[in-house]
Design a protein around this ligand. Structure first.
Ligand SMILES: [Zn+2]
Length: 80
């Protein structure tokens, strides 16, 4: 039969190339609700970290514009 995921011809229950089960397409929907919730939690944390970094960068840029210097920021060199 033909793998629906990667279109490899194979005999057996699992595609030898991508590991997809016979007749089944590998999608994110094969994940359990628990896995989805965990992924969402991870994504939420990642989003929060990114927005925090963006905020700090904006604050730093604003400070730099005010004072004309910006070499004393401990985050200097970590973010950029
Ligand atoms: Zn496959």
């Amino acid at each position: 039969m033909k793998c629906l995921n990667c279109e490899t011809e194979f005999d057996g229950n699992f595609c030898p190339k991508c590991g997809a089960k016979e007749g089944r397409k590998l999608t994110k929907d094969t994940k359990s609700e628990k896995e989805k919730a965990r992924d969402k939690a991870i994504q939420d944390v990642a989003d929060r970290v990114v927005s925090t970094i963006e905020k700090k960068r904006e604050e730093r840029n604003a400070k730099r514009e005010e004072s004309g210097s910006g070499g004393d920021d401990p985050l200097e060199g970590i973010i950029d």
